[in-house]
Design a protein around this ligand. Structure first.
Ligand code: SF4
Ligand code: SF4
Ligand SMILES: [Zn+2]
Length: 274
């Protein structure tokens, strides 16, 4: 397998992966979505709520706030030596919220949650939780834990994880009269007309939709869209819980562990043994 980083910033990563087949690349996608753990609020004690929203609605909203995650300092609750339902300092983080609308109606934002660990905080301060009318109050204590996306979407470290075949675009210089119809039709602006030539401007943007082929008036068509077998563009967008490259390395580690586990369970018997 060969991996090349095409693009990376603090939330997104896009890779060119060569020499793998669909089951493997899809296994990696599923590991990213459902196996890589991240922190989310899991239990809440509502001490006071005089707002018009029921406790359950507020608690559900709190659960969906992405939290910055420290995978090296915390254990998954089921793997923590404390073996306690309440958790301990190694598997639980407490966040508190004390909000009151003293002057008039106001919105309470995620930035008002106070965490006992300054590293485990909402990824964004401006996520609205509730609107309080004058003199309404909300006081609560929330417990965040590590979890996996396969148990609840709030523990998914990504908002998006996809892959697609690596496209290949061929334009026949013999048949193409540079009419430009394919350039106008392409929804992703992959193609460009330079003088009397059609050029590929941004190959990575091609979705293999074939609209350019349908638009070509030549017979046979002067443009052909294909893809490279076993070569994929793999991309993910982190919720901000973990850096995108950490999500990838964790997913690879998890997939590797799962495959080793499967291997150890498979017993090959020869015809002499059976
Ligand atoms: S296949 Fe679709 S996205 Fe790709 S170049 Fe043609 S029209 Fe554009
Ligand atoms: S539509 Fe066909 S003929 Fe026209 S520029 Fe594109 S490839 Fe060439
Ligand atoms: Zn514990």
């Amino acid at each position: 397998m060969e991996i090349e980083v095409l693009q990376k910033d603090d939330k997104n990563i896009r890779l060119l992966v060569r020499g793998v087949d669909i089951p493997l690349v899809n296994g990696l996608r599923r590991a990213v979505i459902s196996e890589v753990p991240c922190m989310a609020i899991d239990e809440v004690v509502v001490i006071e709520n005089s707002s018009i929203l029921q406790d359950e609605i507020i608690v559900h909203r709190l659960g969906l706030i992405p939290l910055k995650t420290d995978l090296d300092s915390y254990n998954l609750p089921e793997e923590c030596p404390c073996k306690s339902e309440f958790g301990c300092n190694l598997c639980r983080v407490t966040l508190t919220l004390e909000a009151e609308a003293k002057e008039g109606t106001r919105t309470v934002y995620s930035g008002e949650l106070t965490s006992e660990n300054p590293d485990i905080i909402p990824v964004n301060d401006k996520i609205p939780i509730i609107k309080l009318a004058k003199e309404q109050r909300l006081r609560l204590e929330a417990y965040a834990r590590l979890g996996k996306g396969k148990d609840h979407a709030k523990w998914q470290p990504v908002s998006m994880c996809t892959y697609k075949y690596f496209p290949r675009i061929e334009i026949s210089s013999k048949n193409c009269d540079a009419c430009g119809k394919c350039v106008e039709t392409c929804p992703r602006k992959v193609l460009a007309k330079t003088g009397n030539k059609i050029e590929v401007r941004d190959l990575m943007e091609c979705t293999l939709c074939q609209d350019c082929v349908d638009a070509c008036p030549q017979n046979p068509r002067a443009i052909k869209i294909a893809w490279e077998e076993n070569t994929f563009i793999f991309g993910l967008e982190s919720t901000g819980a973990l850096p995108p490259e950490r999500i990838m390395t964790e997913a690879i580690k998890i997939l590797d562990g799962q495959l080793r586990d499967l291997e150890s369970q498979i017993k090959v018997t020869t015809s002499a043994e059976s």
